[in-house]
Write a protein that binds this ligand. Structure first.
Ligand code: FPP
Length: 238
């Protein structure tokens, strides 16, 4: 990828299609998520190797609790397996892990494993790997608004003086750049409550490939397409 002129600083991915992949292969949905975890591993490794600054992956939304107990249980097991099994390699690769979302709403073992992964990699200076778990963008925005409202009520801040930077400081992604490139696999074209604030000027791509089949070539194609986009941020490039 070294020939790429313009790499996005921050890539966000909605890893969609595990269920359809499982169905197409006459497998249980949990097998689709397991294969999806293989893709996630490969994409994290590649992002680290080519020098992406930040990678945000949507692993479990605040709405995913509505799925069957079996599927939620399978996803929680995979999370635990991933964060306990992979942490040594991620740490060696200098990856800094951050969880986006409400960890308090997770079962104890998962919460502890995620907290430990964050603690252990906090000082790492390589890829900033953000995994959204029990995450919803509206929830994130609402929390930020409530925190600022509380500060205003305590007269810690003047409501008229609140800046975008003050607001952004309250988001899970504080101190990360805005999303430059959003990829959603499986051909669906919607944001599904993912990083709504941070995607204000994101370029988007919707490859018609199910997440377990998303290859490094597909990833490179998305990055190359990003490099060819004309980004104006509401202005004019003349
Ligand atoms: C969407 O596919 C995918 C998810 C809801 C979960 C994504 C999780 C993983 C890739 C693995 C676990 C994560 C980690 C960090 C180990 P879907 O099930 O909605 O697919 P469908 O639309 O085809 O049913």
């Amino acid at each position: 990828m070294s020939e790429l002129q313009t790499l996005p600083r921050h890539v966000a991915i909605i890893m969609d299609g595990n269920g359809r992949w499982a169905k197409a292969h006459a497998l249980q949905v949990a097998q689709g998520h397991r294969r999806g975890t293989e893709t996630l591993r490969a994409i994290i490794r590649e992002s680290s190797d080519i020098g992406i600054e930040a990678l945000s992956l949507y692993a479990f939304s605040t709405e995913n609790w509505k799925r069957s107990a079996a599927e939620v249980g399978a996803l929680m097991s995979l999370l635990l397996e991933y964060f306990t099994g992979e942490i040594d390699e991620l740490d060696e690769k200098n990856v800094c892990i951050r969880i986006l979302g409400d960890k308090d709403g997770l079962p104890g073992p998962q919460r502890e494993a995620l907290l430990e992964a964050e603690r252990r990699t906090r000082g790492n200076t390589g890829l900033k790997l953000n995994i959204a778990i029990n995450y919803g963008a509206r929830d994130e925005i609402l929390r930020a608004a409530k925190t600022l409202a509380r500060k205003a009520q305590n007269t810690e801040i003047d409501p008229d003086g609140i800046t975008a930077a003050d607001f952004e400081a309250q988001l899970y992604t504080h101190d990360l750049p805005d999303v430059d490139l959003l990829i959603r696999t499986s051909g669906e074209m919607r944001l599904s409550n993912f990083l709504l604030y941070q995607c204000a000027y994101a370029e988007m791509t919707f490859p018609a490939v199910l997440w377990p089949d998303f290859s490094l070539d597909d990833y490179h194609r998305a990055l190359e397409a990003f490099g060819a986009r004309d980004r104006r941020f509401g202005g004019r490039n003349e």
